[in-house]
Design a protein around this ligand. Structure first.
Ligand code: GLN
Length: 414
């Protein structure tokens, strides 16, 4: 047998990654997209549209390149885009913003969130996450050497609405709490936080001096009369909220990577410093194009929400017909579905000749490999343990009708 080359100890230590990297794995969502490509599966995993973006945006971006907006912008973002964000914040979010000192344009909301963590959270502090949580927040916490603390959202047995327990929320806060992350509309459950819920969070934030990192990327994707309330518009949270958003979901341009953070000037100063050295600026011509997008008529947003509602209703029915128990989202474009009917019962081996999957991860693998539909296993949105569920799958429906039809048809073979 050939002898394996053994590296000297010093070299092996040098090759070892930083300890903080060991705390998390690569994104499960993006891994599922790679598997979808590998197995030629319908991709209902990663939340990006497979249909064209509005033609206006294509025109705005090509014009910006033609007009030679091709160099770095001011690090905080083009003045035009920051002014447009401030106007929108006032009109839609009821937040009064100074675009000179309180708005930072970033490479997607992903960067805005990391800037908030790195600029505003000291090592060893705690970050409260509602779980199931959007998977980025956990690695964000570890990159900032902060500790995630989880508050569990549970679906009401009768209504299916996801809510949290007031007492559990209260217990999560303490002297080490740096911030709480609110995602409303929520990924992955579709929960839309009510004003009353935000007021209760505000009470704790004031008591413990905690900030709010508010991810509002799905703010226009609402159903059944649900209303978006921005945490920064809730009394007691104005001075401590970082409002994060982007063009990605609202305008169906997830690859443009144009996002932003709105925060009171002292907080903005902190996250601008991180942004400056992390990425310098977002793509300038696309910032110019997003300035144009923010001036789209109100009808654009209404029509978008209606189209997503129809897709939601179609997939809800398809999932029920295929033996799932889906939870109806009130916003965003994901459906969490209980997949227990397709899983082996606890205590059984589940490895008989028919190979019944034991949990969401095994089932997601079977779906992508054998059925041809990629989804995200629900457990990737939970901290493993007592409250971590392993019987849920997340399906996204920001896809063409024909894509959803193909998925439903394939799921029908289960
Ligand atoms: N927010 C999207 C999702 O949850 C996309 C995530 C990503 O890959 N940035 O699927």
């Amino acid at each position: 047998m050939k002898k394996q080359q053994v590296l000297p100890v010093a070299a092996r230590l040098e090759l070892r990654p930083a300890a903080r990297i060991g705390r998390f794995t690569e994104s499960v969502i993006r891994e599922q997209t790679r598997l979808a490509r590998l197995h030629d599966a319908v991709n209902l995993a990663q939340g990006f549209p497979d249909f064209p973006c509005p033609p206006e945006l294509k025109a705005f971006s090509s014009r910006a390149i033609e007009e030679d907006y091709n160099q770095y912008s001011i690090t905080w973002g083009t003045p035009g885009l920051r002014a447009a964000i401030a106007r929108k914040a006032k009109a839609y979010n009821r937040i009064t913003v100074n675009p000179e000192t309180e708005v930072t344009v970033t490479c997607g909301s992903t960067e805005a969130m990391i800037c908030a963590f790195l600029g505003l959270v000291d090592p060893g502090k705690e970050i409260i996450l509602f779980q199931p949580f959007y998977e980025n927040y956990q690695p964000d916490s570890y990159l900032a050497t902060a500790k995630p603390v989880h508050v569990t959202l549970r679906p009401d047995v009768k209504t299916g609405e996801w809510t949290f327990d007031e007492k559990e929320l209260g217990r999560a806060f303490g002297p080490k709490t740096a911030a709480v992350i609110i995602t409303s509309p929520h990924n992955p459950t579709g929960k839309v936080f009510t004003r009353a819920e935000l007021e209760s969070i505000a009470k704790h934030c004031q008591k413990w001096g905690a900030k709010v990192f508010s991810d509002e990327i799905y703010e226009h994707i609402l159903y059944d009369g649900a209303r978006h309330v921005s945490p920064a518009s809730v009394p007691g949270l104005e001075d401590r909220t970082i409002t994060i958003n982007s063009a990605s979901k609202t305008y169906g341009v997830t690859g443009w990577r144009v996002g932003w953070a709105i925060a009171p000037a002292p907080l903005t100063n902190a996250l601008r410093k991180v942004h400056d050295f992390l990425t310098v600026c977002a793509a300038t011509p696309l910032q110019v194009a997003v300035e144009g997008a923010l001036a789209m008529p109100k009808s654009y947003y209404a029509v978008m929400a209606i189209k997503y509602r129809d897709r939601r209703d179609y997939l809800m029915k398809g999932l029920r017909d295929a033996g799932f128990a889906p939870f109806k989202p009130r916003g965003a474009y994901y459906i969490m579905a209980d997949a227990s009917a397709h899983l082996s019962k606890p205590g059984k081996s589940g490895r008989g000749p028919e190979k019944v999957p034991r949990n969401d991860v095994e089932f997601a693998r079977k779906l992508v490999e054998d059925i041809g539909v990629a989804v995200v296993p629900g457990s990737s949105f939970y901290k493993p343990g007592k409250d971590g569920r392993t019987d849920l799958l997340r399906f996204c429906f920001c896809k063409k009708e024909e894509t959803l039809r193909a998925a439903v048809e394939r799921l029908g073979r289960l």
